[in-house]
Design a protein around this ligand. Structure first.
Ligand SMILES: [Ca+2]
Length: 189
């Protein structure tokens, strides 16, 4: 009887130690994935790549400004998009940020569709005419290990994207342009 209790105690101590090891490994091995927006897998107009001295990697993608610029919250004029294939190294909760440049309050968002999930509005903040990371606290998403697709799609003309970033470190907030991590980015053959 007593040896049974001792064995149970030893087992629970071993389990606790295992939990601690797993938790420590998780926080120490935070994943950060940085993708240049111009390194898409595929692109469809009116989403377009632009070379630029002020963009990270010398390029960004955008929905070009229309003449006249759209000033109502109507449907997008086309379904232009850029599609990315990212090989996520470990399952977990990730925060997603985009380094964006918005024209104005009617040119400050994309639709973002991850895998087969419904598209969400990405951006729509009030910072215009300057590169900045959005959303401020990141978009919290759950990802399995393996390949996932990220589709930034036309919602408003005048919206630009330079990079996007995924991290399991939920306290991390990007400030300036980041160094790309090409090992996670799948490009066409
Ligand atoms: Ca870029």
């Amino acid at each position: 009887m007593e040896s049974m209790i001792i064995r149970k105690k030893a087992l629970s101590i071993a389990l606790l130690a295992l939990v601690i090891v797993v938790m420590t490994a998780g926080s120490a091995g935070a994943v950060k994935i940085v993708v240049e927006a111009e390194h898409y897998y595929s692109i469809q107009a009116s989403m377009a790549k632009v070379t630029s001295q002020v963009a990270s990697g010398g390029a960004y993608i955008h929905i070009p400004l229309q003449r006249p610029h759209g000033t109502t919250e109507g449907a997008p004029i086309d379904s232009g998009y850029a599609l990315f294939k990212i090989n996520v190294p470990q399952a977990g909760t990730y925060n997603l940020f985009g380094r964006a440049h918005w024209y104005d309050g009617c040119g400050n968002s994309f639709f973002l569709k991850i895998d087969d999930k419904p598209a969400v509005v990405f951006g729509n903040d009030g910072t215009y005419q300057v590169w900045h990371w959005v959303p401020r606290q990141g978009l919290r998403i759950s990802l399995t290990a393996g390949v996932h697709t990220f589709r930034f799609q036309n919602r408003e003309d005048g919206a630009k994207l330079d990079q996007f970033l995924l991290t399991t470190d939920t306290r991390y907030v990007p400030v300036s342009a980041e160094t790309e991590t090409p090992q996670y980015i799948i490009m066409p053959e």
